[in-house]
Design a protein around this ligand. Structure first.
Ligand code: FDA
Length: 305
């Protein structure tokens, strides 16, 4: 049943009509639990609260699968606004963004043009930028864009998904770039031809790539709410003399907030991914797919109204 629900929400996450409708009607159905608001001002207030609790942040202006140049340029402008807000308000925050919001599906020229504008602004404001990883169909193109940008900038990193078979080879190929990588399980619906269908195999591969990246001496963000993965990372780092300055933990806004504070108090850098904006629908559906129990929470909220 859980698998059917998961597939159902991942299917819904890509529905363009529902995405458009959701943009018009504002944060609904409990999405505010996972999304920090629709405006940069609302996101800034949330970030200030998180920073005051000892948590670092990566902010994300929500958007994906953009299919026209004007919208992609506008998305880049919004990310630059976010970078300026980080500088102006002296926030402890990085920036995250998706290549399909910058024009990946339009042309390489569009996406590179937008990314160079963003990375220049980020450099001026001392902000690190992480390129999120999207579905398998965009993985190769995203890595090519990352490699190009990494040759020009030192303030850019990307994400690697443990559920893909190709991941171990990607880590080897990326090593020459000394990348700062966020490692995750993977959040999209992929076929068994390209991704491990069993959670057990994903978890094993996740541990393997965390060890690989830490052993290589590169900065590693372990982005997971899974206690086994967190414990494994801590033990591996302790046993191999890897300092806390070489890695961090990351979690999503609204998920296990007390645990986030605890890990921060234990002396680890704990970074919270804070999304905001009107394009919340696809992000929200993926959060429901990760934990269908969240649906009960939403239904309760709807019945109260
Ligand atoms: P897992 O799914 O096994 O969950 C472990 C436990 O965490 C669950 O039992 C539950 O208690 C809790 N939990 C997990 N998800 C929850 C939810 N939605 N609601 C409530 N509780 C939940 N993916 C991707 O493909 N590309 C990307 O760029 C990113 N970026 C990214 C950034 C950050 C900071 C994080 C934390 C995650 C991502 N992801 C991602 C998402 C990632 O791939 C994955 O889908 C989720 O993190 C869930 O996997 P976990 O490792 O948490 O383990």
């Amino acid at each position: 049943m859980e698998k059917i629900m998961k597939d159902f929400f991942l299917f819904l996450s890509k529905n363009r009509s529902l995405t458009r409708a959701a943009k018009k009607y504002g944060l609904k159905f409990g999405a505010a639990r996972f999304v920090a608001g629709e405006t940069i001002d609302q996101a800034v207030s949330v970030i200030k609260e998180l920073n005051a609790k000892g948590l670092a942040v990566t902010i994300d202006y929500l958007g994906e699968f953009v299919d026209n140049e004007a919208e992609a340029n506008e998305m880049a402008d919004q990310s630059i606004e976010a970078i300026k807000a980080i500088g102006r308000e002296k926030l402890d925050s990085q920036l995250s963004l998706k290549m399909t919001s910058m024009g990946l599906d339009i042309s390489e020229q569009t996406v590179l043009g937008n990314m160079r504008r963003i990375l220049d602004a980020a450099k001026e404001n001392n902000v690190f930028v992480t390129i999120d990883m999207e579905d398998y169909a965009r993985c190769e193109k995203t890595l090519q864009i990352f490699k190009k940008l990494r040759s020009e900038y030192d303030n850019v990193g990307t994400v690697i998904q443990a559920y893909l078979y190709r991941t171990e080879q990607d880590m080897i190929d990326l090593s020459d770039y000394e990348p700062n990588l966020r490692l995750v399980k993977g959040a999209y619906k992929e076929s068994p031809e390209v991704a491990f269908p069993d959670k057990k195999d994903v978890d094993e591969n996740f541990k393997k790539i965390i060890e690989m990246h830490l052993r290589n001496g590169h900065y590693t963000a372990v982005a997971s709410h899974d206690e086994n993965i967190i414990a494994h990372t801590k033990t591996f780092a302790e046993q191999n003399g890897i300092p806390k300055s070489q890695f961090e933990f990351q979690m999503l806004y609204g998920i296990m907030p007390e645990r986030q504070i605890e890990l921060g108090k234990e002396g680890y850098t704990m970074r919270v991914y804070v999304p905001y904006g009107t394009d919340w629908y696809g992000y929200f559906m993926r959060r429901l797919a990760e934990r269908p129990a969240n649906v009960a929470f939403i239904l309760k909220g709807m019945l109260k109204k």
